[in-house]
Write a protein that binds this ligand. Structure first.
Ligand SMILES: Nc1ncnc2c1ncn2[C@@H]1O[C@H](COP(=O)(O)OP(=O)(O)O)[C@@H](O)[C@H]1O
Ligand SMILES: CC(C)(COP(=O)(O)O)[C@@H](O)C(=O)NCCC(=O)O
Ligand SMILES: [K+]
Length: 259
């Protein structure tokens, strides 16, 4: 069985697969201080609690936080007796190489989203991932990642207001009932919520103009479904996109090994 780990700047998601069949998924806050032993206690307790019978034989990791990879590698070596594939490392092959400026390092999550979305939808695509940052990944007809956009994340934007202005409280994102806020919290929520709808629609419009062709928009990340309520933009909202991409990249590398 495969253990796929998607480590973002805020959360780390683990999922288990048998072949291309999804078994289970669990989420933990990203913390570079967490040790391999701690991961294992957490993971094995969840497996027991949910009666998930899994014998992990392989692992794949995508991490936007380089320093957590060490302990995740130790977890795989020590407890599952396997060497994980790490997306972005030379030994982890991708079906189609990204076409970007020489010397640039694309976030592994964006490469993984590209593979997952191209498998499901072909090209051309824009993948919008609402994470710590909101990323837009442009996928060419042949499945190559050819660039995109990085915007401040939804929670980051709210946090930035709170950090920079003495009178602005910490606020969680929610869909405000009205655009005109009649108290501070409602004003901040409106600014970020409707500002974000405008940001996503504006960026997609400009990207489509530049590419001058029809492009499907696939949304992922915890907050995608919140924004989907107020825009017609998304052809599909898929929370499991990154995990699907990880499973495909692992399978692709295995096929290369046995070929
Ligand atoms: N269902 C949800 N409702 C509200 N906030 C969410 C939800 N899912 C994720 N978030 C928040 O969205 C932000 C991005 O989360 P996540 O997609 O896990 O980011 P990353 O992949 O960068 O770690 C975080 O601040 C997280 O707390
Ligand atoms: C843009 C990101 C911070 C998004 O990460 P996330 O929000 O998932 O934690 C990540 O993809 C990253 O570190 N990218 C490197 C730069 C690039 O993709 O061009
Ligand atoms: K992510």
């Amino acid at each position: 069985m495969l253990l796929a780990i998607d480590c973002g700047n805020t959360n780390t998601v683990f999922s288990i697969w048998t072949g291309d069949r999804f078994i289970a998924t669990w989420r933990i806050a990203t913390d570079h201080k967490r040790t391999a032993d701690e991961y294992h206690v957490w993971l094995s307790s969840l497996m027991m609690l949910t009666r998930t019978e899994a014998t992990i034989t392989d692992a794949i990791i995508s991490s936007t936080v380089p320093r957590v990879v060490f302990n995740l590698r130790v977890l795989c070596n020590r407890y599952f007796d396997c060497r994980p594939l790490v997306v972005g490392k030379p030994e982890c092959r991708l079906p189609v190489a990204p076409r970007v400026d020489q010397g640039t390092t694309v976030g592994p999550d964006r490469l993984v989203n590209t593979v997952g979305a191209h498998d499901r939808h072909g090209g051309d695509l824009i993948v919008v991932d609402f994470g710590t940052a909101t990323t837009f990944d442009v996928v060419d007809t042949d499945g190559a990642y050819i660039g995109g956009v990085i915007a401040p994340g939804v929670n980051l934007s709210l946090e930035a207001l709170h950090m920079a202005a003495a009178a602005l409280p910490h606020v969680d994102i929610s869909r405000p009932a009205r655009a005109i806020g009649t108290n501070t919290v409602a004003c901040m929520q409106s600014g970020v919520y409707w500002g974000y709808i405008g940001l996503v629609e504006g960026i997609v419009r400009e990207v489509r103009k530049e590419r001058d062709r029809p492009m499907k928009v696939i949304a992922t990340g915890g907050l995608a479904s919140l924004f989907a309520q107020d825009t017609e933009l998304f052809d599909s909202v898929e929370d499991d996109l990154t995990m699907h991409g990880l499973m495909l990249i692992d399978r692709y590398n295995k096929e290369l090994e046995t070929a």
